[in-house]
Structures are given as structure tokens and as C-alpha cells.
Design a protein around this ligand. Structure first.
Ligand SMILES: NC(=O)c1ccc[n+]([C@@H]2O[C@H](COP(=O)([O-])OP(=O)(O)OC[C@H]3O[C@@H](n4cnc5c(N)ncnc54)[C@H](OP(=O)(O)O)[C@@H]3O)[C@@H](O)[C@H]2O)c1
Length: 349
């Protein structure tokens, strides 16, 4: 942070890309710029894709020192489009960044996409080969199991990813949304470098049991949806104003009438706090996550170079004890409403 307590200008950050500090994820040697970039919204979930703007955002991220780029087989909805977009965009600087992707879904039936799981070893291998091809690369830096598959022992999953690592096709093993017991069992077979799970001012469930376990085992933590799918920004709108297939319409109870108004009121208070310090509320939300530990690298998603600049600059916002206490006062337990409908969550972990 500058002496004035404000974040450095984007121009200054661009001149000094090393200003984005690096963080260590896990104890296997993985390091990344303190803020990464999620690419899900570039092909699904949050309205019409804009390929030009998405590619410009990926290029700007690299210029600003972002190194962790997050994709998944799922984000192409079975077509490979998200990984292909990312692979094309980063071709000129592939060796300077980390590509994280994920397996774990059966995408063969369009009607069940996102709900049908498949982490059988042969399927993991098939998906990893497809990801390598779609990304146009010879190795995946982080390979995550996207969702725990209750029909496949986690030991078999860890063993298979361990083999892919031994073959040089994958560098680090990650889990997503796994619970403490699963994390321990996987880690005993092959070291887990990083856990990715939703975590933000709106979603705090990991604090009780998950964060203590990853810390005990020396596993890095990547909060996904760190902006609460865009709620923790100045740009939130009521669900009805998003496209009919937008996740905020179809899945997220934080936008439901009754919850929505309470959450808007909390974000208004956070915005007042942020503005009094010369930050945006988005920067406050990301800086709060960074303040939870040196082992945390959030991956906000955006398709806009300007928003990306705003988000990356949050790495230079230092929250003091008073700011953290005020944030806790405004949102002691997270948002009103669940992040996913209750029906889809019991199969996880
Ligand atoms: N492991 C998992 O199961 C899982 C699940 C969900 C997501 N993820 C990963 O996590 C990444 C991030 O999560 P997410 O995309 O769901 O949610 P998010 O990062 O919390 O929010 C993304 C939304 O915020 C908007 N936004 C971003 N920066 C903004 C800013 N400065 N001002 C105003 N609006 C802004 C984006 O809109 P624009 O694009 O229009 O800027 C987008 O609609 C994903 O891309 C994906 O890689 C993983």
C-alpha cells in the first residue's frame, strides 16, 4: 500500500508487475500471484460470452502479474470451449503462468450437466487428455477433482492423479469442495497442494472445519466466487434482471426476495467503509480474503480488463484491525440465503 493508504494506480501497477506479491500454495512448491483469475464466466453462468473482451482480460491479467488462471472441463459444457479460449489467449506467455483445470463431471447428458459425477480413474485420464488437447499444452499445472464422487474412493482419485503427475502430464493435485475427512484420505495417498472452495464475506462455512485441516496439512487455499458471484461489487442487480439461464437466477438463494434486500443493505455498509478509505467494495472483499492468511489466493472472475485491474489492485489494500472488526460487525456470519439450493449440496464432501 502507498503511504497515503490508497491502492497504487493501474498505470503504476502495469509498470511494476512484480508489485503483485507472490504467495505459496501448499508445501509441494506451488507459488502464484496473490490474486488469480477465474474464467468460468467467459463461457457460461453469467450472461452472454464476449470473447474479445475475455481475451483482452486474460492478456491484461498476465501484464499485471496474475499467474493462476482457473478453468475446468465443465465450463465448456462438454465442448472444451473454455479451455480452448484460455489456451489460445495465453499461448504467447504459457510458460510464465499456471493453468488449473478440473475433472469430475459426466457431461454426456446435457440435461444433467453439473449434477452427474464421474471420477472413475479411466474417466479422469480421458478428461485430462482432452484438457491437454483443448488447452494446447503439454502439462496441467494444477488438476483438481471438481466435486467429490461418492461412488469412487478418494484414494483411487488421488492415486490416478499421482500417476498423471509421475508421467509429467500434471504438476500439482487439487480438490474442490472436499470435506475434512476426504482431504485427509486423499492427502495420505498423494499430497494435495491446494483446496478450492467457495469462500467470501458472503460464504464463511469453510472457517469452522475446513481451513483448520488444510492448515494442519500444509495445503494452500483458493477461494472461488470470492465476490459472491458479483454481489460484493457495485454492480449487483435483482435476479430478474439477469438472463434466464444466469446462475444467479437459477441457483443462488442470496438473490431470492427477502434475502436480496438484506444482502444489498450489508453491501451498502461495506461500500461506505471502503469508500471512506479510498477503496472500492470489490477491493475490500478481496483484501478481506487475503487478510485471512498467506496461504490464500482468491480467483475473482471477470470478462472486463477494467474490472480485472480494479480486482488485482486489491492486493495492495491492507486492512487494519479496526477495518476487520467493522467488516465482522457488518457481516458476522455471511449472507442471507444459501449459495446453492439445498438439494444439490448433500452429495458433496
Ligand atoms: N470449484 C468450483 O466449484 C467453482 C465454482 C464456481 C466458480 N469457480 C471458479 O471461481 C471463479 C470465480 O468465481 P465466480 O466467477 O463464480 O464469481 P465471482 O468471482 O465472485 O464473481 C464474478 C462476477 O462478478 C463480476 N465482477 C468481477 N469483478 C467485478 C468488479 N470489479 N466490479 C463489478 N463486477 C465484477 C463478474 O462480471 P463481469 O465478468 O461482467 O466482470 C461476474 O459476474 C470462476 O471463474 C471459476 O474459475 C469454481
Amino acid at each position: 500500500m502507498t503511504s497515503a493508504g490508497r491502492v497504487p494506480s493501474v498505470e503504476r501497477m502495469a509498470e511494476h508487475t512484480t508489485l503483485l506479491p507472490r504467495r505459496t500454495l501448499g508445501t509441494q512448491g506451488l507459488t502464484a500471484g496473490a490474486i488469480g483469475l477465474g474464467t468460468m464466466g467467459m463461457t457460461m453462468a453469467y450472461g452472454a460470452p464476449d470473447e474479445r473482451s475475455s481475451i483482452a482480460t486474460l492478456h491484461r491479467a498476465h501484464e499485471l502479474g496474475v499467474t493462476l488462471f482457473d478453468t475446468a472441463e465443465l465450463y465448456g459444457l462438454g465442448t472444451g470451449s473454455n479451455e480452448q479460449l484460455l489456451g489460445r489467449a495465453v499461448r504467447g506467455f504459457r510458460d510464465e503462468i499456471l493453468i488449473a483445470t478440473k475433472f469430475g463431471f459426466d457431461l454426456s447428458d446435457p440435461a444433467r450437466i453439473g449434477r452427474a459425477l464421474d471420477s472413475r480413474p479411466e474417466h479422469i485420464r480421458e478428461v485430462a487428455e482432452n484438457s491437454l488437447r483443448h488447452l494446447g499444452t503439454d502439462r496441467i499445472d494444477v488438476l483438481y477433482q471438481h466435486r467429490v464422487d461418492p461412488d469412487v474412493p478418494i484414494e483411487d482419485v488421488a492415486g490416478t492423479v499421482g500417476e498423471l503427475i509421475a508421467e509429467g502430464k500434471v504438476r500439482y493435485f487439487g480438490l474442490s469442495e472436499a470435506g475434512p475427512g476426504t482431504i485427509r484420505r486423499a492427502h495420505a495417498v498423494h499430497p494435495v497442494s491446494v483446496l478450492q472452495t467457495e469462500y467470501s464475506l458472503f460464504e464463511r462455512a469453510v472457517e469452522a472445519e475446513v481451513l483448520p485441516v488444510v492448515r494442519e496439512l500444509g495445503i494452500g487455499f483458493v477461494p472461488y466466487s470470492p465476490l459472491g458471484r458479483g454481489f460484493l461489487t457495485g454492480a449487483v442487480r435483482p435476479a430478474a434482471e439477469y438472463d434466464a439461464d444466469d446462475m444467479r437466477h437459477t441457483m443462488d438463494e442470496r438473490w431470492r426476495p427477502g434475502n436480496y434486500e438484506k444482502n444489498v443493505a450489508a453491501v451498502r455498509e461495506l461500500t461506505e467503509l471502503a469508500q471512506s478509505k479510498g477503496w472500492t467494495v470489490t477491493q475490500l472483499a478481496l483484501a478481506w480474503l487475503l487478510a485471512q492468511g498467506d496461504d490464500v489466493v482468491p480467483i475473482p472472475g471477470t470478462r472486463s480488463p477494467r474490472r480485472l485491474e480494479e480486482n488485482v489492485a486489491a492486493a495492495h489494500v491492507d486492512l487494519g484491525a479496526e477495518d476487520l472488526a467493522r467488516v465482522q460487525e457488518i457481516l458476522p456470519y455471511g449472507a442471507a440465503g444459501s449459495r446453492y439450493p439445498a438439494a444439490v449440496m448433500p452429495t458433496w464432501r
